[in-house]
Design a protein. Structure first.
Length: 367
């Protein structure tokens, strides 16, 4: 590096700088040539910042700032103007204690700040891990969307209304095609108890799940009878609602099983309600009514052979109990159907009428 030359008064040098041996000149001013070589000062392995008091070379000796060096060595520097003297002493114990206390306080503060930052780092890492886990789930779900939906449907809907279903899901251009399969011959009675509205509600529950998981996906499909190998219901989503078309949704007025049960339990052996029933018998018929979720029950009392017994029990608490049991049994089997009906004698005369709302409220009126 090119040397820099500075000329200034020697009396200033004596007051401010230290050379290898202390020497004080007379109190007189003279010009000198000093050389700057970007000299650095290292004290106990640490480079100190010289600021605007850069060391220089004069007469082949290096001059450094005495105050800067002394304080770096933890000394106290004073200037005695009367004696033109630089005084350098060790720091007093109290000053050292204050310095130590200040350093301890600084260390404690930095330690506390570090603990706060470490806590935040742990929290942030936990959040990152959770987000990474959620991201992986979303990626896996997107990659195997059809399997993901199938697994969920098996867990939640494989058995509904006592019918066992199988599910097949296919993804096509971001939309889902669902085939719901079951053997109608094995679940004919259970299937016939269902109304169109209940099936649509069920399909909407399934669609709600798919829409929550895949908001932009379309949804359509069929309910398929594996016995007859035909579609029973075709459905699709339109503006957030399920539209369904029922091809072979045939109630077929087929309530034979319910009729058999009612006649078995309530067509004879009625003396358990009251001894006056004696051997009274009745024939019970079940038919569809005005709507899909309504049935009509006709109870024909055999008054041709048991007229006296009937006269003894009609319009009594025992007869009410008998009718209530018939209606409640049918209501439980039909799963919230509305029930209407009447009791007639062997000549076709109506003895009583009754009804049960879809909520289960029963009314009986004797003629």
């Amino acid at each position: 590096m090119k040397k820099k030359v500075l000329v200034f008064s020697a009396v200033v040098l004596v007051a401010v700088f230290l050379i290898s041996t202390f020497a004080f000149g007379a109190s007189a001013a003279k010009d000198i040539k000093a050389y700057y070589k970007n000299i650095k000062i290292k004290v106990n392995g640490k480079i100190i910042n010289v600021g605007d008091t850069e060391p220089f070379i004069y007469n082949e000796r290096t001059y450094v700032p005495i105050r800067l060096v002394s304080e770096a060595l933890d000394k106290v520097v004073e200037w005695d103007n009367n004696q033109n003297m630089v005084i350098i002493n060790d720091k007093s114990p109290s000053e050292l204690s204050q310095q130590l206390a200040a350093k301890d306080a600084q260390i404690q503060n930095l330690t506390y700040q570090n603990s706060l930052l470490q806590g935040k780092v742990i929290e942030l890492q936990k959040t990152i891990d959770e987000l990474e886990s959620e991201k992986k789930k979303v990626e896996d779900k997107k990659e195997d969307a059809d399997e993901y939906i199938e697994d969920y449907l098996y867990d939640e809907y494989s058995e509904w209304r006592d019918i066992e279903f199988d599910f097949n899901v296919k993804e096509s251009k971001g939309d889902f095609i669902l085939t719901i399969k079951f053997d109608r011959s094995d679940f004919k009675s259970e299937w016939n108890k269902l109304t169109e509205s209940k099936i649509v509600d069920w399909l909407e529950d399934i669609y709600d799940f798919i829409e929550d998981e895949f908001p932009d996906a379309g949804f359509e499909g069929t309910i398929y009878d594996t016995d007859e190998k035909e579609d029973l219901v075709e459905f699709e989503e339109s503006k957030g609602k399920i539209k369904a078309r029922f091809y072979d949704y045939d109630y077929d007025n087929d309530y034979d099983e319910l009729e058999d049960d009612l006649n078995y339990y309530f067509g004879s052996g009625l003396s358990t309600y009251h001894k006056d029933f004696g051997k009274l018998k009745a024939d019970i018929e079940v038919d569809e009514y005005d709507y899909d979720d309504e049935v009509y029950i006709t109870i024909i009392v055999d008054t041709s052979r048991y007229g006296d017994e009937w006269e003894d029990v009609r319009d009594t608490v025992a007869a009410d109990d008998w009718l209530y049991d018939i209606i409640e049994y049918a209501y439980d089997e039909l799963d919230d159907f509305a029930i209407y009906g009447h009791v007639e004698n062997s000549k076709g005369k109506t003895e009583a009428t009754f009804e049960c709302s879809s909520s289960g409220r029963i009314k009986i009126n004797w003629k």
